[in-house]
Design a protein around this ligand. Sequence first.
Ligand SMILES: *Cc1c(COP(=O)(O)O)cnc(C)c1O
Length: 400
Amino acid sequence: MNTQDFVNMEEQYGAHIYHPLDVVIERAEGVWVYDVDGKKYLDCLSAYSAVNQGHVHPEILKALLDQAKKVTLTSRAFRNDQLPLLYKELSEMTGYEMSLPMNSGAEAVEAAVKLARKWAYQVKKVPRHQAEIIVAGNNFHGRTVTVISFSTEPLYRDDFGPFTPGFVVVEYGNTDAIEKAITPNTAAVMLEPIQGEAGVIIPPAGYLKKVAEICRKNNVLLVTDEIQTGLARTGKLFAADHEDVRPDVVIVGKALSGGFYPVSAVLADKPILGLFTAGEHGSTFGGNPLAAAVARAALRVIREEKLAERSQQLGEYFLEQLSEISSPHVKEVRGKGLLIGVELKPEAMGARRFCEALQMKGILAKETHDNVIRFAPPLVIDKETIDWALPSIREVLNIK
Ligand SMILES: *Cc1c(COP(=O)(O)O)cnc(C)c1O
């Protein structure tokens, strides 16, 4: 079967919920992926930052294989010998006293929403079922019904109501809007420190710090969704670290498994996460020994290979080089670490055709929100590889 055969089969039998580039990948290693026709590409998406450690990282692969031969799923009805070690290592690495493991990112967001509500009723004494959570416009937190209930993207919502109440949407980057939206019933403010899916939107300097102050002053939890920005992607362990902010609750996913397996988690200290009692939340696969072993290895790679520092240094270089490209189509180049967005002018007629042109040159990038090309390669990329990609990117940004 060639590329077209796979594409046709997928279109015939699968629900069309994505608009992928027509590249059919059959294997990958580090920053490189290979398609069924034997062509090699530089991956500049990293599965939306799930493979920060690079594709099929040998250490994580070994952890997966070793654990798969022993025991993969116990359910939380019984304990296993990997989960306690993941808890401890996550705590030592992030400074949060406890964590709650889930599978997908959206599930961890749901768990964080439940946690914030429980805290509001038990600790803040908000009248039951009145808790409000403040979120930002153009957010992306996942695809479940509750999570799309506070999305501002019509495509994610229009045909899918009725929605979960209890969310207040304010403008991203505007701290006055948050202050105004707070009521005695506000449980939490939940934000992405940088909005990845919205097009790598970086809020004004000092925004998160100010939000944290407002939250503290008003007895409101600050919850950050670091599913995409966390675990070294922006040049620090967490994007909130750039402003020395320590949120009350942090949500991680994606790179928590280095791309091998869905693993997510909610991090918080004991006075918050300790509020959950047996039966109030759960997941058959959440915290399973295979997931825990994979996550432990994924975290170890981030530490041992100093991926945050790498992302900081190479991100700075890549951003600077991209900024120097002269192109009639580019409106702005922005980024933190190796999370970079190239925003095109409206006259450029969309980022898609540029991504297709990049594909022809052996670079896989994906448009986000129509007019932004995101460059987010695995953090194990080196300067030589960036230098290899730049002439092609320069050429593509200058197509007619
Ligand atoms: C990807 C993502 C999610 C959802 O994660 P899934 O694993 O796809 O459910 C939530 N928040 C942010 C910021 C993300 O980038």
